[in-house]
Design a protein around this ligand. Structure first.
Ligand SMILES: [Zn+2]
Length: 270
C-alpha cells in the first residue's frame, strides 16, 4: 500500500517501531474496526484508533451529547451538546486525522441489525453500559466469527479482555453465561465512574485492537485484565473455554439472535 509524504510523517513514530514498520502501518490502514458506543470508553478508543491510522472506523450510537457526558466522554465538546454522538465522534476523528474514514451508524444495535453490522468489520469493540447490548454484541461476534475486544468500567474499576473463539480461546458467555437479573449490577449512571478510569480502559482497549491487527505481542484472549484504580493495581485472571458454553461449546444452543429482545433504555455508552 502506498503512503503519501504526509502519511509517512504522520505515522513516522509507528513506522520506526520494528514491530509495526511500513507493513504494519499498511495493515492498520486496511483495517475496519467497529466501535459500539461513543461514550467514556468509545471516546479515547476512537481517538487513538483514528490517530493510529485505522483506515475505516464504524461508530454505533443512538444518543445525543449531554452535559453530564463531558466529565469522561472526551471526544465530545461543550459546543456539541445536543448533537448526535456519532456525528460529534466523526467530527473529532476527522479533526485529528482526515485520512481516516468514519462510518457513523446513528442507531441502536438490535437483533435485526447486529449480525449484518458486525459482519462488515474485522474487529468489534464493545464500550456499552448495559448487559442486553453486551450479550447481543457477544453473540453476534461469535456467530459472525469476529474478534471482540471488550472493556467495562464501574466506579474505580475496569475490566478488559479479547474474545475470539473462532481462533481458540473462550467467548464472553464462557465468562458470563447469562445476563445478571435486572438491578443486580448497577450501571455507571446509577453508581458513577471516575472519568479518567474510562480513559485508561478505552486506551487499553485501543492498544489491544492495534495488537490484534498487527499480530504482535501476547493477546488478551483467554485472559481478563482487571484494574483497581484506587489500589493502583492491575491483575490478570486466566479464562478457559467452557465446554458447556451455549454459544461456543461443542453443543452450542445459540445459533442466531432470535432469543434477544431489543435492548431497552438508553444505548448507554458508559
Ligand atoms: Zn463460550
Amino acid at each position: 500500500m502506498d503512503f503519501s509524504e504526509d502519511e509517512i510523517q504522520r505515522y513516522s513514530r509507528h513506522i520506526l517501531l520494528r514491530e509495526v514498520g511500513g507493513t504494519g502501518q499498511a495493515k492498520l490502514k486496511a483495517a475496519r474496526v467497529l466501535v459500539i458506543g461513543a461514550g467514556g470508553l468509545g471516546s479515547p478508543l476512537l481517538l487513538y484508533l483514528a490517530a493510529a491510522g485505522i483506515g475505516t472506523i464504524g461508530v454505533v450510537d443512538d444518543d445525543r451529547v449531554e452535559l453530564s457526558n463531558l466529565q469522561r466522554q472526551v471526544a465530545h465538546t461543550t459546543d456539541r451538546i445536543g448533537v448526535p454522538k456519532v456525528e460529534s465522534a466523526a467530527r473529532a476523528a476527522a479533526a485529528l486525522n482526515p485520512e481516516v474514514r468514519v462510518e457513523a451508524h446513528a442507531l441502536r444495535l438490535a437483533p435485526g441489525n447486529a449480525l449484518d453490522l458486525v459482519s462488515r468489520y474485522d474487529i468489534v469493540c464493545d464500550g456499552t453500559d448495559n448487559f442486553a447490548t453486551r450479550f447481543l454484541v457477544a453473540d453476534a461476534c461469535v456467530l459472525a466469527k469476529r474478534t471482540l475486544v471488550s472493556a467495562a468500567v464501574l466506579r474505580f474499576e475496569g475490566q478488559l479482555s479479547v474474545f475470539k473463539p473462532h481462533q481458540g480461546g473462550p467467548c464472553y458467555r464462557c465468562l458470563y453465561p447469562e445476563p445478571p437479573p435486572p438491578g443486580v449490577v448497577p450501571t455507571c449512571s446509577e453508581a458513577g465512574v471516575l472519568g479518567a478510569v474510562t480513559g485508561v480502559m478505552g486506551t487499553l482497549q485501543a492498544t489491544e485492537v492495534l495488537k490484534e491487527i498487527l499480530g504482535i505481542g501476547e493477546s488478551l484472549s483467554g485472559q481478563l485484565l482487571v484494574w483497581d484504580a484506587l489500589a493502583a493495581r492491575f491483575r490478570t485472571i486466566r479464562l478457559r473455554p467452557d465446554p458447556s458454553c451455549a454459544l461456543c461449546g461443542p453443543n452450542a444452543r445459540i445459533k442466531d439472535l432470535t432469543a434477544h429482545g431489543v435492548p431497552a433504555g438508553s444505548a448507554c455508552a458508559v
